[in-house]
Design a protein around this ligand. Structure first.
Ligand SMILES: [Zn+2]
Length: 428
């Protein structure tokens, strides 16, 4: 059947819209309203921050960067809450997420070329930089990626925010497999400054499939963390603090973002509230999934949040804190690997081969020393050894992994032929 170029064009547009609508949204508003119900005192903190922000916006000397820095540097830790499934995303995926966040907050994203002409003049270099921590709260070496084994990765919410690092010193980002049923439509959520109770749940929590642009995520979803950091730094959705785009024209308290109903599709140059005023569909704080910019007004508002004591964002970027968290730009060190491994033992019968794989974290090993009493061979220095067990039973497996910084050891008992009681192995 003949298709005119015009109908093909519309098909492509509709395809884009449908694709955008398939993506999950953000539960920040729901979580905030819930917190407000339980802790109405939050409102006073927020009003304090609003007053500070209003003053800050009128203060010509509001640039308060530390020691000649060109950006507010925020130490970040990712906590990967996993049960040995797909949610145990690679270091590379986390590094890619940091890359995307840094591009978006420095206006270094290559797709600034797509910004609608009416917003080119106010698209901002937000002068905010994210660095993975190189020191944990005890001063130990870290690559900024913490891995915690827990079934709470499934159906998670604030309860899955395990091993929080002090919120005054780190931006905590937790990564989980799935949200609890009440938030099943969410990709992620964050807390506005001063609204997290208890304070150690402050930060961001995201599905593993919305972190960075590679691995389990993709480029379309890679801007979700930039959106959530916006909330963390006191930005509302462009249409206001609701989770219902497309319902009513609203405002976000930012002077240069036009009033809008909010967009779930990428109608660049869209104008529904005050035609012909064009709305900022491509803002990261929209639901359009085509965000490419923050505005100058949003930048000032985020800087205000970073200078206010509300929510303790002001203690993140101090020189003292950058030094304490190892994010002051001094040489990064090699950390001792934290040894862990997995095996494909789900369907192995006696006499079959079990394949093991090192999944060490925090430092890349350069050598491996395995011990397989009862297996053949009984030792290995391979990173992915294959071991035969001739009779059924319970066998200890020990791995020591090393690099130039040192060695760590992990032992575990396996039961050939049975799924482990702890590890739901996904390794094939
Ligand atoms: Zn949001």
């Amino acid at each position: 059947m003949y298709k005119s170029p015009l109908s093909l064009f519309f098909f492509l547009i509709i395809g884009t819209v449908l694709h955008a609508q398939e993506e999950k949204t953000c539960a920040t508003t729901e979580v905030y309203l819930e917190a407000l119900k339980k802790h109405p005192e939050i409102l006073a903190e927020q009003q304090k921050l609003e007053q500070f922000t209003a003053h800050f916006q009128n203060d010509q000397n509001h640039q308060r960067l530390a020691g000649g820095s060109t950006a507010y540097v925020i130490p970040v830790v990712f906590h990967i809450i996993h049960n040995y499934g797909q949610e145990n995303i690679s270091d590379a995926q986390v590094y890619d997420a940091i890359r995307v966040m840094n591009e978006d907050y420095s206006k270094g994203n290559p797709d600034t070329t797509l910004i609608a002409p009416s917003f080119l003049g106010i698209a901002a270099d937000c002068q905010i930089e994210f660095r993975l921590a190189n020191k944990d709260p005890q001063g130990n070496c870290t690559n900024g990626i913490d891995r915690v084994v827990s079934p709470l990765t499934m159906g998670g919410d604030d309860d899955a925010k395990l091993n929080p690092w002090p919120y005054q010193h780190y931006l905590n980002i937790w990564v989980i497999n799935s949200f609890s049923p009440s938030m099943s439509g969410a990709a992620a959520y964050a807390y506005y400054p001063g609204t997290a109770f208890p304070t150690n749940v402050d930060g961001i929590i995201s599905l593993y499939s919305y972190v960075g642009s590679i691995g389990a995520s993709n480029p379309t979803r890679s801007r979700v963390l930039s959106h959530e950091v916006g909330h963390y730094l006191n930005l509302a959705h462009v249409w206001g603090s609701t989770n219902q785009p497309g319902v009513a024209c609203g405002d976000d308290g930012v002077f240069d973002t036009p009033e809008t109903k909010g967009w779930t599709s990428c109608m660049i140059n869209g104008s529904r509230c005050n035609p012909p005023v064009i709305e900022n569909v491509q803002n990261y704080m929209e639901y359009s999934y085509c965000g490419v910019m923050f505005t100058a007004g949003q930048k000032v508002r985020m800087h205000a949040a970073l200078n206010s004591s509300v929510g303790a964002r002001s203690s993140l970027w101090t020189l003292v804190n950058l030094s304490a968290t190892g994010t002051d730009g001094s040489a990064t060190q090699v950390c001792i690997p934290n040894t862990d491994f997995e095996a494909d033992i789900i369907s192995v019968c006696a006499g079959n081969t079990v394949h093991f794989q090192d999944i060490c974290w925090n430092g890349d090993p350069t050598s491996w020393s395995w011990s397989f009493p009862g297996g053949t061979p009984s030792t290995s220095s391979d990173s992915m050894p294959a071991i035969v067990y001739n009779t059924s039973g319970t066998y200890d497996v020990t791995l020591s992994s090393s690099n130039s910084a040192g060695t760590s050891t992990f032992s575990y008992s396996i039961h050939p032929g049975y799924r482990s009681s702890i590890n739901d192995y996904s390794f094939q």
